[in-house]
Design a binder for this molecule. Structure first.
Ligand code: 76R
Length: 275
């Protein structure tokens, strides 16, 4: 990375995330000769390699279904200065005006304020449901397992490594703030209760859907970016449909546009988008 003298913008916790969507301008592309086209593709390939070799940085590359866009990138990296520099380079990588930005989204990875606490797990699950005695061997072992699981889980939310599952679905969403349906005027207990219903539905998709919720309040138009990875589009359709019946979504969620992409190796991507 150049620009070493610029003050880094690394959040206290988590990473910056950019979703970038481009259309290919085939008119501009056709003005390049074969050698220029080859060089352009090499430039993008080398840039992708450079980004992927950067510490704590991940880049997903995908082809977008339908003409909403052609190429999508999801970039995760701590420093906003680095994200910004890479984003500009990606835009120009195939030559001036070949990639036209059509949509983009800036967010950050975040932990959730609704995550189960050790205290809550002990009281509700271990003592309440399982009838364990506080301080018993069984109880201590279960607490140990819980903490280990939560640590891994929190690590995934803040510093995710996403699998190469082919289907990627992105859409932005907010919680409604109108009249009697104002999420932000509910008290914490009510929100937590509703979110535990949401999580219960979500967990039934374990192994089929990987969700990454990134926060964007104050950073972009909506309040969260929703990124879902899957091996089968039917699971995307099913989870989004089922969530609509859950009160958190039924009553409080508002959505932006949906993008469906397919993760592909770069050479296949070039072929797919006819470059
Ligand atoms: O802490 C956790 O991550 C587990 C519980 C959980 C939280 C806190 C969870 C589980 N989600 C959480 C937060 Mn979710 N999620 C969405 C959508 O299309 C729609 O209707 C909504 C889009 C899907 C499909 C989904 C899937 N979730 C959030 C938040 C932040 C809310 C806030 O802070 O107020 C949003 C915006 C959101 C939206 N969720 C799950 C899933 C799935 C599959 C799970 C289970 C994950 C797992 O256990 O592995």
């Amino acid at each position: 990375m150049s620009n070493k003298e610029v003050t880094p913008l690394v959040p206290r916790e988590g990473w910056h995330v950019m979703h970038l969507f481009y259309q290919v301008d085939h008119g501009q592309w056709s003005l390049l000769d074969d050698e220029e086209k080859r060089q352009a593709k090499t430039r993008l390939t080398e840039l992708v390699q450079e980004i992927r070799a950067t510490d704590d940085t991940h880049l997903l590359v995908f082809s977008i279904a339908t003409p909403k866009a052609d190429i999508g990138f999801m970039l995760l990296t701590p420093d906003l200065q680095v994200a910004n520099a890479y984003e500009k380079q990606l835009t120009l990588s195939l030559g001036a005006d070949v990639l036209t930005p059509v949509y983009s989204y800036l967010s950050q990875t975040e932990s959730s304020e609704y995550t189960t606490t050790e205290e809550q797990y002990a009281k509700e699950t271990l003592i309440g449901e399982k009838g364990f005695k506080e301080g018993s061997e069984q109880y201590e072992a279960a607490i140990g397992e819980f903490n280990e699981r939560m640590e891994k889980y929190l690590q995934h939310r803040l510093y995710p490594v996403l699998p190469d599952w082919p289907v990627i679905c992105f859409y932005p969403m907010s919680k409604r703030r109108s009249g009697n349906d104002n999420w932000y005027s509910l008290n914490f207990e009510a929100r937590k209760e509703l979110m535990s219903g949401h999580a219960r539905v979500g967990r039934t998709y374990s192994g089929r859907i990987l969700q990454l919720i990134t926060g964007s309040t104050g950073l972009d138009e909506f309040e969260w970016g929703v990124t879902l990875l899957a091996n089968d589009t039917i699971d995307i359709k099913a989870i989004v449909y089922e969530m609509r019946f859950d009160e958190v979504s039924a009553r409080y969620a508002e959505f932006g546009d949906f993008y469906i992409g397919m993760q592909l190796p770069l050479n296949d991507l070039f072929e797919r988008v006819c470059l």
